[in-house]
Design a protein around this ligand. Structure first.
Ligand code: PAF
Length: 258
């Protein structure tokens, strides 16, 4: 497995690469959910590439960025074990050599749901994904369905800008108790970890969105939203763990509702 710390070295590798590339972009802090995306990229493509880039522009809250779990050594060990060919791990100053002067901004759906609570978040996501796709030029790119709003916006961006890549949505990977796997789960304390699966459990319940929001609030979640869109019930809610709020998102298809 080759690890690239500079964009120049990556570009030389990319210029010589033979065969279709399957790409998994990540922020690091890898878990079993990422492993599922990587396994699929490995099986479906000649070359499997992963980026580890803790993208500063998608964190509207500086404290959120600082406490994002950084597990680089473990991440690289996992990726090597999964048979990844190349890891792109560029420094922020190389990715944002323009000082974030150029941005990809979506002006409708990105401002709803998570966008209401995290202003600028999706502009950071879309901009970095556009940059990474231009650098990697993959045939297929893999995203988890847990981040439904992100997946929808990236799909729309790829279509809008006539980008030559297939976006492959992958099912949410869950713990045995239903909690959607997320790097943020590492920030939950024991009480938070015990309550967290309730988010998925209630999303699957037959009640209305308002009833689910009320039930989550009663348990101790600070609810950003529970809503049904595009055939899915989507939610974001935070649990207070000590001095920090750990924000969780999840969604279920209508068929999964009781
Ligand atoms: O979902 C993520 O991990 C990030 O938002 C992504 C797509 C890697 C962009 O930084």
């Amino acid at each position: 497995m080759k690890v690239f710390d500079t964009i120049e070295d990556w570009r030389s590798f990319r210029a010589a690469a033979v065969g279709g590339i399957g790409f998994v972009p990540t922020l690091g802090g890898l878990h079993t959910g990422h492993a599922a995306l990587v396994r699929r990229a490995r099986v479906e493509n000649e070359v499997a590439v992963v980026s580890i880039f803790l993208n500063p522009t998608q964190f509207n809250d500086a404290a959120d960025l600082t406490r994002y779990p950084a597990t680089l050594d473990a991440d690289l060990t996992l990726l090597e074990r999964l048979g990844v060919d190349a890891v792109l791990q560029p420094p922020p100053e190389a990715v944002y050599a323009d000082g974030f002067r150029f941005k990809v901004e979506e002006t409708a759906f990105s401002r709803e749901l998570c966008g209401t609570h995290r202003p600028g978040h999706f502009t950071g996501v879309l901009t970095v994904v556009m940059k990474l796709l231009n650098l990697v030029r993959p045939q297929r790119t893999y995203f988890g369905e847990k981040d439904h709003q992100q997946l929808t916006l990236i799909r729309d961006m790829v279509e809008t800008f006539f980008m030559d890549v297939t976006i492959v949505p992958c099912p949410t990977v869950r713990a045995a108790d239903g909690l959607a796997l997320s790097s943020r789960n590492a920030l939950l304390d024991a009480t938070g970890r015990r309550l967290a699966p309730k988010l998925h459990e209630l999303l699957c319940s037959p009640g209305s969105d308002a009833e689910v929001a009320e039930a989550l609030t009663e348990i101790g979640f600070a609810v950003d939203y529970v809503t049904t869109r595009q055939g899915r019930r989507l939610a974001a809610a935070a649990l207070r763990c000590g001095d920090k709020a750990v924000r969780l998102i999840d969604n279920v298809h209508m068929d999964e509702r009781g």
